[in-house]
Design a protein around this ligand. Structure first.
Ligand SMILES: Cc1cc2nc3c(=O)[nH]c(=O)nc-3n(C[C@H](O)[C@H](O)[C@H](O)COP(=O)(O)OP(=O)(O)OC[C@H]3O[C@@H](n4cnc5c(N)ncnc54)[C@H](O)[C@@H]3O)c2cc1C
Length: 378
């Protein structure tokens, strides 16, 4: 475990106790009903968990990314669905902090950091997934306004969020034609599709978003016109370690449950943990989780130090931790035998929740491309 400062330790403790007292007891129900856990959002907001890394002047706690990844790990350990609300909020806050004007930060970040409202980031479209630069949603200037038209897919918290950042096209240039806009819920022409029926993180909302002649003022342009792609790449550097933390939490939760189980369960006259093959699995799981956590912390510390070499480490943290989460949760199911496959036991939910961490914020194939590019070209 990395050495934490007094403040980082205190924040981690708060997150751990909220996770244990409020979020863990509801995790099974949240997964089964698929209901958006507004009660969990409220308790996390009341305790400042949405703005741990955000400066105090913008409504945050004023700590750092290390604290933020610790909070996400603690919540993900007990409920993957609830942790997605935290990581998505960070995804919405990041472009505002990176590229927002002072006025935009005061107006939007303050409300997001306090958890008073939720935010979403709309990048993906039916034809633009891994290839972000092929987005087709347009933003056309009309006097001092822009008019937005297009369709976004798989947008987390869409419909529940009040503040949206959309990736749009303001000119034909593949990357320099991309611009970001802030749109508030209730703006005429902004509407939402049905909540997708998902494999895991079932308590998290994922919806299509439709933009039909959505008129926004040029004050809603986030960053300069044509700077959107550059901002987006910087956003991912900040948010990929957060997905890594989420994956580490899910893996840790499954591991702890599995460890207790193999101490209790007896077969062939012995507790399962006495078999060497079980011991080897436990060791492998623990080594991979610890390595994931170290990578996540390394990337978080690099972000805190504004280290420009963070790109490859952000991708490594996300990729390694999410591959680990998938492996560890699958192994946990295996080590519980038939019981692992039954919904009464949480490792089944954790295995389903782990899968998305290999897919969103850039699939793990995309992360490997980024890491290789960095290794070869830097
Ligand atoms: C639950 C959920 C929540 C999400 N939340 C959001 C959100 O809040 N905001 C948002 O904008 N998006 C969100 N997404 C979208 C998500 O980020 C994309 O699904 C993801 O980036 C992959 O895009 P795609 O689904 O179009 O897959 P594709 O890009 O079509 O990829 C399909 C497969 O091809 C592989 N592939 C693609 N290109 C290459 C290549 N060059 N080399 C090797 N393999 C390649 C991919 O790795 C993948 O395995 C969410 C998705 C889900 C499922």
């Amino acid at each position: 475990m990395m050495l934490l400062t007094e403040q980082q330790e205190m924040i981690q403790k708060v997150a751990r106790s909220i996770a244990k007292d409020y979020i863990e007891p509801r995790a099974k129900e949240v997964d089964e009903t698929g209901e958006f856990p507004w009660d969990n959002i409220k308790i996390m907001a009341e305790n400042g968990l949405f703005g741990v890394h955000v400066p105090e002047m913008y409504g945050g706690v004023g700590s750092d990314m290390v604290s933020h990844v610790n909070v996400v790990e603690e919540i993900a350990k007990v409920c993957g669905s609830t942790s997605v609300a935290l990581s998505t909020q960070a995804l919405a806050i990041a472009p505002l902090l990176i590229a927002g004007t002072e006025e935009q930060k005061k107006k939007y970040v303050t409300r997001l950091a306090s958890g008073e409202v939720l935010g979403s980031f709309g990048i993906t479209e039916p034809g633009a997934g891994s290839d972000v630069s092929s987005v087709k949603t347009t933003a056309v200037r009309d006097g001092n306004d822009f008019i937005l038209n297009g369709q976004k897919l798989f947008i987390t918290n869409a419909g529940e969020s009040e503040i949206y950042i959309f990736v749009t096209r303001t000119s034909e240039d593949r990357t320099k034609g991309i611009s970001l806009f802030i749109v508030e819920k209730g703006t005429p022409g902004l509407s939402f599709g049905k909540n997708e029926d998902k494999m895991g993180i079932r308590g998290s909302v994922t919806r299509e978003v439709i933009l039909e002649n959505v008129r926004v003022s040029e004050e809603n342009l986030l960053g300069a016109e044509g700077e959107g792609f550059k901002i987006l790449m910087n956003v991912f550097n900040e948010t990929r370690p957060v997905v890594g933390a989420q994956a580490t939490g899910i893996a840790q939760g499954a591991f702890e449950y599995c460890l207790n189980y193999v101490k209790e369960r007896k077969q062939f006259g012995k507790a399962l943990h006495q078999f060497q093959m079980t011991q080897a699995s436990l060791s492998d799981m623990a080594m991979k989780i610890e390595s994931s956590r170290l990578l996540v912390h390394k990337a978080a510390k690099m972000l805190d130090n504004k280290d420009p070499n963070v790109i490859r480490y952000a991708s490594m943290a996300k990729c390694f931790a999410s591959d680990t989460a998938m492996e560890v949760t699958t192994d946990a199911v295996q080590m519980l035998g038939g019981y692992g496959y039954i919904k009464e036991y949480p490792v089944e939910r954790m295995m389903r929740d782990a899968k998305i961490t290999q897919i969103y914020e850039g699939t793990n194939q995309v992360q490997r491309i980024i890491i290789a590019n960095q290794l070869i070209n830097q």
